[in-house]
Design a protein around this ligand. Structure first.
Ligand code: ADP
Length: 242
């Protein structure tokens, strides 16, 4: 389980996350929804310690860290989650396989041959078998994003964090990535997904967290969210329609 307690984050005088208390269940997909600027990305980045909140705590797999105190456990905690960003951030000078095994061999000291074997399986899983010796520039955006997902999986993280993983893709490629994430959800991976695609959110979410102005407005089952009569939730869902 991943739990955030009393998490607060500000940029100068602007409170971006305001006393966040949420739980992300294991082997489930939690979708974080909310208008632009609500704090969704900052929340994900706080889990992965790319952003450091001023206060609050995070508990993940029996490891607890208070953000305001010393961050001696931060490296261990950071490696428990893997982030897939909006724009794939592969190393351009490395082959696809080198990109995938970089984390396992460098950060986790895994055996290189074994990491390559696992990397091949992961490439097959994301529909890119045989691409290991190519360079990122030889791949389409959608293919590069699939490599980013394979790279995240190679770290065997407790949680995979997706930050609007399709926002830089055209619709056909978007659908391919969404199907891949849906497949991972069906394999009971523990995932947290920020998305603007409501159809996808409906299909993939076990749980929804709705953020607005840095506050949790809704935290519950997906079905309950999409049928919710709360005015702010209704307004948001209506605004997301064409
Ligand atoms: P969302 O992902 O919901 O669109 P973000 O978490 O990206 O929201 O941003 C929340 C708020 O924090 C926004 O108002 C944004 O402008 C602000 N913000 C995010 N990152 C920074 C930063 N590095 N410096 C200053 N303000 C930031």
């Amino acid at each position: 389980m991943l739990k955030l307690t009393h998490l607060n984050k500000s940029y100068e005088n602007h409170k971006v996350l305001d006393d966040i208390n949420v739980v992300f269940p294991k082997n489930k997909t939690t979708v974080i929804l909310g208008p632009s600027g609500a704090g969704k990305s900052t929340l994900l980045r706080s889990i992965n310690l790319l952003d450091q909140p001023e206060s609050g705590s995070i508990e993940l797999d029996n490891l607890k860290l208070n953000y305001e105190s010393n961050l001696s456990n931060s490296e261990i905690l950071r490696r428990k989650s893997a982030m897939v960003f909006q724009s794939w951030s592969l190393f351009p000078h490395m082959t696809i396989m080198e990109n995938i095994i970089e984390g396992p061999t460098q950060a986790k000291n895994e055996n290189k041959e074994q990491a390559i074997e696992e990397g091949k399986k992961l490439l097959a899983e994301v529909g890119l078998a045989g691409f290991e010796n190519r360079y990122p520039s030889e791949l389409s955006g959608g293919q590069q994003q699939r490599v980013s997902i394979a790279r995240a999986l190679a770290l065997k993280p407790s949680y995979i964090l997706f930050d609007e993983p399709t926002s830089a893709l055209d619709p056909e490629l978007e659908a391919q990535i969404l199907h891949l994430i849906q497949k991972l959800a069906m394999e009971d991976k523990s995932m947290i997904v920020v998305t603007h695609n409501m159809d996808f959110a409906r299909k993939v979410a076990d749980k929804v967290i709705f953020l607005e102005n840095g506050q949790v407005i809704f935290d519950g089952e997906s079905k309950e969210f999409f049928e919710n009569k709360n005015r702010r939730i209704q307004d948001f869902l209506n605004a997301m329609k064409f």
